[in-house]
Design a protein around this ligand. Structure first.
Ligand SMILES: NC(=O)c1ccc[n+]([C@@H]2O[C@H](COP(=O)([O-])OP(=O)(O)OC[C@H]3O[C@@H](n4cnc5c(N)ncnc54)[C@H](O)[C@@H]3O)[C@@H](O)[C@H]2O)c1
Length: 327
């Protein structure tokens, strides 16, 4: 484990904050968990314990829950962040509130403490300008549940010292992540950006009546879903044989949609205030039962695929394939 980044602060004890705290405790770090909302203190503490218990239920923990609890300090006071070497902000996605929180963090921590945001959508280039020392700021973007996913995007803003991002990348290996370092801040980082390209194409095919939504989802699930976890898209090209792709790229790229407008289906659903399974107004019909079934099945599936991928991850390491960086 990285000695330089052993004591870590997490600000915000919501869904992701509590899950990141468990991931770090699981990796052996000492964690200072700070809630910016006094009224959230008890609820936040309980949320972390619940997440620890969920991780224990998945057999992801090597010690009992009280042992992890000993390395955790939950606080309402930003002063407790003083000894931290890294502080990860994980509060609601509101720029003005994040700005206030960075100010409170910087008032307390040492000059060489790294500060990061788990933001999904606000550019790091914008957020880092709110800091006195923007060179120490970066994005560290986790997936939920943070303790049972390998995904981590570390994003440099234009003022970030790359050396510090590389230090976090190194430490993240000790958090049992497969971190990706982005040397530039781009909208959507990597995963979301790739998916936006897929969504644009998908909506186009539905809009021009080539396929219906369920049909398109099935293709994605049962083709791409059957190989994506083990090899990603570029290793897949090597596996299939590159000569097949060249001709297809030449033929198909010019035919892909370049649309820059929000798909009409999305427009209409947003007018209805559709929030998917969260208010049962979505692209598919939902009721209480189907919504909770989707949530529960996804949680169970996520647990299994994490363990499945893990078995093959070790095998890929044996074959030394994961060490190649590609072209
Ligand atoms: N949920 C996900 O799957 C996910 C994935 C990746 C990134 N993120 C990002 O992580 C961050 C937190 O998301 P979440 O899902 O944990 O949200 P959440 O709503 O569960 O928690 C937000 C937390 O923000 C804090 N907060 C709320 N109101 C506040 C206020 N007025 N002032 C100061 N702090 C306040 C509280 O600690 C609260 O628990 C966001 O930036 C989000 O974009 C979320």
């Amino acid at each position: 484990m990285s000695e330089q980044l052993h004591k870590i602060g997490v600000v915000g004890l919501g869904l992701m904050g509590s899950s990141i705290i468990v991931a770090l405790l699981k990796a052996g770090c000492e964690v200072v968990a700070v809630t910016p909302l006094v009224e959230e203190f008890e609820e936040g503490k309980n949320r972390i314990i619940e997440q620890l218990q969920l991780a224990a239920g998945m057999k992801l923990l090597t010690e009992d829950v009280p042992s992890y609890r000993q390395r955790l300090q939950v606080s309402k006071d930003f002063q407790d962040l003083k000894p931290c070497q890294l502080v990860i902000e994980c509060i609601i996605e509101v720029e003005a509130i994040k700005r206030e929180v960075y100010h409170k963090i910087e008032l307390e921590v040492a000059a060489d403490c790294i500060i990061a945001s788990n933001t999904s959508a606000i550019p790091i280039n914008i957020l880092q300008r709110y800091l006195e020392r923007p060179n120490r700021f970066m994005g560290i973007h986790w997936a939920e549940p943070a303790y049972a996913t390998r995904f981590l995007e570390i994003t440099c803003g234009e003022l970030t010292e790359v050396r510090l991002a590389e230090m976090v990348q190194e430490a993240a290996l000790g958090w049992e992540k497969e971190p990706t370092l982005l040397y530039k801040d781009i909208r959507g980082f990597i995963t979301n950006r790739l998916m936006y390209a897929v969504y644009r194409q998908g909506f186009e095919l539905i809009n021009n009546n080539t396929v219906d939504m369920a049909g398109l989802d099935k293709c994605f699930q049962y083709d791409i879903g059957s190989w994506i976890t083990i090899m990603g898209i570029f290793k897949r090209m090597d596996y299939i044989g590159l000569h097949h792709y060249l001709h297809t790229f030449e033929q198909i790229f010019p035919k892909l949609t370049q649309s820059d407008v929000v798909p009409p289906i999305m427009d209409s659903i947003i007018k209805e205030n559709g929030r998917g399974i969260h208010n049962l107004i979505g692209l598919y019909p939902h009721d209480e039962q189907s919504a909770s079934s989707l949530e529960n099945n996804f949680a169970a599936f996520n647990e299994e695929i994490y363990l499945l991928a893990d078995r093959y991850r070790a095998k890929l390491k044996e074959l030394n394939l994961t060490e190649t960086n590609g072209k």
